[in-house]
Each structure stands twice: as structure tokens, then as C-alpha cells.
Design a binder for this molecule. Sequence first.
Ligand code: ACO
Length: 311
Amino acid sequence: TSSTPEERFEQIIAADSRVEPRDWMPEAYRKTLIRQISQHAHSEIIGMQPEGNWITRAPSLKRKAILMAKVQDEAGHGLYLYSAAQTLGMPREQMTQDLIDGKAKYSSIFNYPTPTWADMGAIGWLVDGAAICNQVPLCRASYGPYARAMVRICKEESFHQRQGFEILLSLMQGTDAQRRMAQDAVDRWYWPSLMMFGPPDEQSPNSAQSMAWKIKRFSNDELRQRFVSMLVPQAEALGVTLPDPNLRWNAETGRYDMSEIDWTEFFDVLAGRGPMNAERRRARREAHESGAWVREAAAEYARKQALRSER
Ligand code: ACO
């Protein structure tokens, strides 16, 4: 039976199999994947900064080694994801330039400061916890290279979340001052971590189409609910309080009731007005510029190797 490329694409989506780089795909599908995957890659790369801030001051050699490994994992995640976006025809140089020029989005969460060691715990527990909730379903995304990258990334994220939980647990078993520090970090990261899932469903312009294409499997609000239901028993185990007096299980709706999220703050951060937006972009630009000689040397090496193999 002969079918058009459009029909073959629709069949792949309907059969829940994977679209691969050489397959025909609608331009809008390609564009939305480039948008989401490049933003995701940028988030990993910018996400190295808040924790990189603590590598030199980690409280022990063991903590330092773990934190370094974690930040390196994030660099790796960024690289897999840039590669996945490249399979869609987006050049890496352009993605980097867009990030440095402030034209590209990355996750709102990385625009908050990390003033204390407890922030390393709260980031691991809350931020990486939210990332796992969001990313496990992406392992089944319809675009093959993205889905496969997510499988590895999720394994590493689970380790990141456990290490964050363990940092907070140690602090909660420590002195009063350490317990206060842990609670303060949870208070500061809780709401921003809920914002990671994106705007409420009725204000999410991309969700319906991304779900029809099976890039997203759950809506923003569904994932936010899942995340909260994962946090509640873990908060209890830790002995920390989630900073929402209205948070409670509602047996009638089968969902958690919660206070309204401050969406003004979310949209301000997206518009570049978060506490650390300018600093994150400045540090990224500086790192890119000071790495120019490495790129030049690598290109020159590749050129010489190519000449040699021609001879
Ligand atoms: N931070 C920054 N931008 C966001 C955020 C956020 N937390 N949430 C939504 N947005 C942006 C969207 O990118 C979109 O912008 P665009 O249309 O200019 O690209 C806009 O707000 C509207 O949102 P949605 O229509 O809901 O967008 P989408 O369907 O893409 O859903 C989501 C957003 C859930 C973040 C999705 O893109 C996704 O799952 N991305 C992959 C995961 C990811 O990027 N994680 C990064 C943080 S976790 C980590 O990497 C450690």
C-alpha cells in the first residue's frame, strides 16, 4: 500500500513508535521539538551555575566530590540534548549564540540564588525531584533521539534527587541552626520548583499540540500534582514543612488543594527579571568567550588531521 509522508508520520504517532531524524515530519513538529529540546539543554548548562557556586565551599571532601560529579552530569545532559536538537537541523553554534544573546529560554528555576549549603539539598530534593516527574514521561516522547537521551538523564537525576534528600536529612538531624537552614532553603525553593512545570493548563499555549504529537504525555498541572503527592510523605520523613498552609489532600477531587501560585513572579522571571537572570547570562557569556581558544585549537587539529588523511 502506498501512503503519503504525512500519513506515515501519523501512523508512527498513532502506533506509539518513534519518529527518527531521517523520517519526514511536519515543520511545526520539528520546530516545537527544537524549541523544547534546546530550552531543556540550556537549562542543564545554566543549571550548573547555582551549584557550581558551592563546589569550593562544600563542607567535606566527600560532599565536594559528590557535588562535582553532579555538576558534571549536568554538563553531560546538556551535551546529549544539544546533540538531539542538532539531529533536527539546528546548529549548536546558533543555540549557544541565542542563549548568550538572551533570545533563548531556559528553566525559570535557575534564576534564583544559592546563599547557603542547604540550598544544595533543596535543589537536589525539590528541583531534581521536579525534573524527574517532568522527564520520566519524556522517555516515551515520540521523537527517538530525545526519548533515548531522557532515559540516561533520568537515571542520573534519580541519584541527584537522593543526594539532595540526604543533604537535607543530615541537616535535619543536626543542630537547631542547621535545621533552620534546611527549612529556610525549602521555604525558598518550594514555590519556584512548582513553577518549573510551566503555566496552568488553561494558559499553556503549547500543551495541546505537544500532547497530540505525544511529545508531552501529561499536562503541566497533572505533573505538578504528581510532584506534590511525591513530596508530602518525603517532607514528613525529613521533618520539614512545605510552606503552604492550604496544602491538603482532597478526597473528593482526588487531588491536593493548594494555594495559588504567584504567576506574576513566574512571568517576571521568564521576562528576564528574576534575581539572577543577568548574572547567569553574564557567566555563560564569559565562559564561552574564555573557551574560544579551545574551540579554535580543536578546529585546527581537525583541519590538520583531515589534511593528513587526504595525503
Ligand atoms: N521556565 C522557563 N520557561 C518556561 C517554563 C519554565 N519553568 N515553563 C514554561 N515555560 C515557557 C515555555 O517554554 C513556553 O515558551 P515558548 O513558547 O516561548 O517556548 C511558554 O512558557 C508556555 O509554556 P507551555 O505552553 O506550557 O510550554 P511547553 O508545552 O513547552 O511546556 C515544559 C513547558 C513543561 C517546561 C516543557 O517544555 C518541558 O517539559 N520541557 C522539558 C523539560 C525541561 O526543560 N526541564 C528543564 C528544567 S529541569 C532540568 O533540566 C534540571
